[in-house]
Design a protein around this ligand. Sequence first.
Ligand SMILES: Cc1ncc(COP(=O)(O)O)c(C=O)c1O
Length: 453
Amino acid sequence: MERTKFILDEKDMPTAWYNVQADLPEPLPPLLHPGTKEPTRLPPPLFAEALNEQEFSKERWIEIPEEVRAIYRTWRPTILHRAHRLEKALDTPAKIFYKYEGTSQAGSHKPNTAVAQAYYNKKEGTKRMTTETGAGQWGSALSMGCMFFGLELKVYMVKVSYYQKPYRRVLMETWGAKCVPSPSPDTEIGRRILAEDPDCTGSLGIAISEALEDAFAHDDTKYSIGSVVNHVLLHQTVNGLEAKKLMEQADAYPDIIVGCIGGGSNYAGLFLPFVKDKLDGTKPDLRIINVEPASCPSVTKGLYAWDYGDVAGLAPIIRMYTLGHTFVPPPVHAGGLRYHGMAPIICHLHKLGFVEARAEHQLATFEAGITFARTEGIVSAPETNHAIRVTIDEALKCKESGESKTILLAHSGHGHFDMAAYDEYLSGKLTDYEYPEEKVKEALAHLPEVPSA
Ligand SMILES: Cc1ncc(COP(=O)(O)O)c(C=O)c1O
């Protein structure tokens, strides 16, 4: 009998996060201050000091505090599955594994950093936090993190998702947070955007600006971001470190790792401990495929340039693949993949040739999600369906070539709050969105000028 699940004991859960900055062949480009355009830290009034230190640390291993591990243990370690039923349905010689993060209380990988961020903020005396959320996964994860550590939270949720996924708001409120649709009348930037376009469906860039403005305006408040920045990717490596141990248990090592990227945190969390083997030359042939939506293709069609992290230009300027900070992506159901930029760590690794990227259309990703649900049983988040699409395509290539490759899928979460999207797909109403070339061209005209770059 071949095993289907690989499981770690609680006592074998990682005790330190892996910091890839210790092993990069070239250091990451700096963050630039949005005003002076000089290298900067994350704005100190907005971030806990411990998180700011982690952002720039070159230490290879950073200890996970016991208080964080105690909360991790409420759902971690998560399981590595072998997708026997999917393999059979595809009639492929490929071996497909997936590391499933949907068993956290919030339903995705997001609590891995939410709990850590809430902990460091509580420790440093923060009373209240603000954040943005796309699909609502991040907002609910931070609501849970803040609940565990007794912090208040206000979430600015991208308007299109707020109405597509009403129960995500209820989940956040159940954990004690406040959630408003963004753009909102609660901030200066929100009011300005609503005055120009009352029907604006919102974007992560706008929601970030609102959450930043709110945090700047309140002394007892700090801001939290759910993806993109280095310390978030760091916290997510707890998943990749578990996956590495579990792959050993399965007596396997991936030829290909696949994951979806919105800001890059779930996928980097899985692949960074493996990319280490590529950086040190032990596994030069390992392929790492980042999957993004064809409607918001920052890595495959964006520019590698300096750009603001948010619409209002309050956040630091980041060197990344970007579609322009003013770009408002089409309202696809994978709300968590609608960000104009990408994690600097992923962009840097892509630029250096260690990882690759691919863009997929919405309909094809739902088709893959249905295949997964009808074989493995799990109804996946629309974001995750992007990675499932490419996993299936790679497995089908193995069928053609007769190769028995090992594929590891980063399964970032369940889609139980995404029934409206599945309903649209199943009733034939879901559509694809073309790559919005003109809108991207327009947005790229507003990149900041950086004299020293
Ligand atoms: C289930 C799920 N997967 C993936 C993502 C994309 O974010 P990231 O690239 O930071 O993992 C999100 C974001 O909301 C999500 O909810």
